[in-house]
Write a protein that binds this ligand. Structure first.
Ligand SMILES: [Zn+2]
Length: 486
């Protein structure tokens, strides 16, 4: 089965915009089958009727003209954004012109993997887990139109995960986002257009998060309280904006680099990355904590790789749980009427039929509850999005109840699909020529493909990494470090 060109073009285009094309293990494309069908763009009224309330899909976000709710929220948050922290680099991740102090004053993860903010009142990022021998299960870049087989696998194995959805993807594939919600996965934000967040000015960073929140709310009915920065590109300025919107920041400890299969890494390369995690487990590295391992639903290939690796994950870890469970967070969404999540001990009991075998399942609510307690410090007064605010912000302009029911009723209509990884190269090739972009221009779901303006410097992936600490500026080591983290 095939992934339609369209299915991956948007995501591949932004990857391509940040990566130097490399030799690829090209495979013959297969353009038939169920994936092509399930990845055919469609118009869901709930999205179509509300497009005017959102920035253009896949374009870097700004506050929509006339959106006073967003503007007021931004004005509120803006008051506590430190002017000393400036935007860094380009949206595509070129930081070659950035001069940055080696002491890492902004807690810039891209520079130092810093996860302990230096601005008072900010919560630590979540990168490891308190529960030993636990794999924190999460996937970035969805919802992917071809994810049904993968989500079937998760359900069949009684797995729920933390899904970091791209706002534009949610608008493109609302039924797939609804499936994520209906399957019980924890929905978090992964920005509107998937660019390097520290490159945005304050308003742009706000809008990237704000409209992703609204997209998830519009399509799934819930307001997320967590997010992960694309490429891990975050500093304290971005953290303040995120927390001002009620989002806790999630990063990762280890990285499979699975998405790099788009750019020429082989399956064996990625298998080795997984194996490195398993080897660490065998050495007892996770006896005192659990880990968050970065994985993606970006392509069928990355999803299939997880399925292949899952038996080994089970062999090497006691528990595989969503991130909220691993941190005993039960307030998954702003809406108080939504179901609560489970604390770790209860989840283990329900899903593994056993009691927790180590006494660490105390309430380790690392991140303050934005709906109940607010944050300490300067954010305390602004970090509490209320249901009323959310409802006001997502009030449909023309959406009718029939629109909602239409979208809802067909929320899992695509799940007969099948995946195939072979189309990645094909899509990538396709992407090189705009002539091949399908004629969706009149479709409201047309992708606004980012132009392929990448520099050769741009690029880390998940940001991961091991950028070694620069001596005085980021300039000198940039090229070297980028090559290390590809
Ligand atoms: Zn991503």
């Amino acid at each position: 089965m095939r992934i339609n060109f369209i299915a991956l073009l948007s995501i591949v285009s932004w990857i391509s915009a940040q990566e130097t094309p490399q030799a690829t293990n090209a495979v013959e494309p297969d353009q038939s089958g169920e994936n092509a069908e399930q990845c055919t763009p469609y118009s869901a009224p709930i999205v179509q009727d509300n497009l005017g309330q959102f920035p253009p899909l896949w374009e870097t976000a700004k506050i929509v003209q006339g959106d006073t709710t967003a503007q007021n929220k931004y004005d509120e948050i803006k008051q506590v954004i430190p002017s000393s922290i400036k935007p860094k680099g380009t949206h595509d991740g070129n930081i070659s012109d950035v001069s940055y102090d080696a002491s890492d004053p902004d807690c810039w993860f891209t520079s130092s993997k810093c996860t302990h903010p230096k601005v008072d009142g900010l919560s630590d990022d979540l990168a490891t887990l308190p529960e030993p021998n636990t794999w924190g299960l999460g996937f970035d870049d969805g919802p992917n139109c071809s994810h049904n087989e993968f989500y079937n696998f998760l359900s069949d194995n009684d797995l729920t995960a933390t899904m970091f959805y791209i706002g534009s993807n949610v608008m493109n594939w609302p039924h797939e986002a609804q499936r994520g919600r209906e399957d019980g996965h924890e929905l978090c934000v992964h920005t509107w257009s998937h660019h390097y967040m520290t490159s945005f000015d304050d308003e742009g960073a706000f809008a990237e998060l704000y409209y992703s929140i609204q997209a998830i709310k519009l399509v799934t009915g819930v307001t997320p309280t967590c997010w992960r920065p694309p490429f891990g590109d975050i500093d304290d300025r971005i953290r303040i904006i995120a927390e001002g919107l009620g989002l806790r920041t999630v990063l990762w400890e280890l990285d499979t680099n699975d998405w790099k299969m788009i750019n020429g890494k082989t399956k064996d390369d990625v298998r080795k990355n997984y194996q490195d995690v398993f080897d660490a487990a065998e050495r007892g590295i996770f006896e005192d904590h659990g880990t968050i391992v970065l994985t993606h639903e970006i392509t069928a290939e990355t999803m299939e790789m997880f399925i292949e690796m899952y038996p080994n994950i089970r062999d090497n870890f006691d528990y595989v749980v969503p991130l909220s469970v691993a941190t005993n967070r039960t307030n998954l969404y702003v809406e108080e009427e939504t179901e609560r999540g489970e604390v770790f001990a209860d989840y283990v009991n329900d899903h593994y039929g056993s009691t927790v075998n180590q006494a660490t399942s105390i309430n380790t609510n690392i991140h303050p509850n934005p709906t109940l307690t607010g944050w300490q410090g300067p954010l305390a007064t602004i970090a509490n999005p209320t249901v009323a605010e959310v409802e006001a912000a997502t009030e449909p302009t023309t959406a009718s109840s029939s629109s909602s029911s239409s979208a809802g009723s067909s929320s899992v209509s695509n799940d007969s699909g099948n995946d195939d990884e072979e189309d990645v190269e094909d899509d990538k090739t396709e992407h090189k020529s705009d002539d091949n972009i399908p004629s969706q221009k009149s479709n409201p779901f047309v992708y606004n493909y980012p132009q392929n303006t990448h520099s050769n410097n741009g690029a880390s992936s998940g940001g991961h990494t091991s950028i070694t600490k620069p001596v005085f500026t980021m300039v000198a080591l940039f090229v070297v470090t980028m090559s290390c983290i590809r």
